[in-house]
Design a protein around this ligand. Structure first.
Ligand code: NDP
Length: 241
């Protein structure tokens, strides 16, 4: 039998200049255009892909941070990772395979499920949080089961949202950090940059505007967005071989 290809994961996350991504189990910001970008990226299926759907994988806490009326995230196969299992846990968490939500015990189990006949055929798979799952995926080497190949980042330049209590591991070199700061019009001497731990060599490279548009199947805003006094930029990063 032919070996199945590893599941290719795309992590999608909004982060501050110091990689903060959440506070008290919630998002520190409420940005409707940013949410629309998330919805479009995670829902859109390429032309000629027939009845395929996208999948979103998340940790149990992120699942519970979504208001019950909005979950499962519609039009997508939702996979929730928890050490809890069984029908009782499904019931308690409001998870139901009939409505395209599934409870599994690990990222490996999520990859197995999405490659099986228990779900519709999958176009793209997004890891949508939270901090624990992003960290695990970013720190794991590629495996036979899955690999984290892309990062879709919303970089929030300001304000600093210093109250964040969970963070994404740094994935850029110091030159890449400086380039992000330059783009946002922020000087290198700002203290925030000193808190980061840059990688010694490049592990991820920023996709060009054209590659990003192609990935999204249409033009993406490449400038600085402003919403409720929050300034941010959409980015796509590719894992280097
Ligand atoms: P997670 O959403 O990562 O959920 C953690 C839970 O997932 C664990 O308690 C456990 O569930 C389960 N889990 C994690 N790793 C494993 C594993 N290896 N095996 C089995 N189960 C596992 O929680 P975090 O607290 O890390 O992140 C939530 C925060 O992230 C919130 O503030 C949220 O708003 C934010 N967030 C931000 C995003 C952004 O784009 N800025 C996007 C998504 C979330 P159990 O305890 O049931 O066993």
């Amino acid at each position: 039998m032919a070996q199945q290809k590893p599941l290719s994961l795309i992590a999608i996350v909004a982060i501050t200049r110091t990689n903060g991504l959440g506070v008290n189990g919630q998002l520190p910001w409420r940005l409707s255009r940013e949410m629309a970008h998330f919805r479009k990226a995670t829902s859109a299926v390429g032309e000629n892909e027939g009845s395929k759907m996208n999948a979103v994988i998340m940790g149990r806490k992120t699942w519970q941070s979504i208001p019950p009326k909005f979950r499962p995230l519609k039009g997508r196969v939702n996979v929730v990772i928890s050490r809890q299992s069984g029908k009782e846990a499904e019931k308690e968490l409001g998870i139901s395979p009939e409505e395209h939500s599934h409870l599994v015990s690990s990222l490996d189990a999520a990859a197995d499920l999405l490659g099986s006949s228990s779900t519709p055929s999958i176009y793209r798979t997004f890891l949508i949080g939270g901090a624990q799952l992003y960290k695990e995926a970013m720190e794991r080497e590629r495996s036979q089961s899955w690999s984290l190949d892309k990062l879709m980042i919303t970089r929030i330049h300001s304000p600093a949202f210093e109250e964040c209590d969970v963070f994404l591991p740094e994935f850029r070199t110091s030159d890449q950090i400086k380039e992000d700061e330059r783009f946002a019009g922020i000087g290198n001497d700002e203290p925030a940059i000193g808190k980061l731990k840059p990688l010694p060599e490049q592990k991820w490279s920023a996709a060009s505007d054209q590659q990003f548009d192609q990935f999204m199947g249409g033009p993406v805003s490449h400038g600085i967005e402003e919403e409720k006094d929050v300034r941010y930029t959409f980015q796509l990063w590719d894992r280097k071989e």
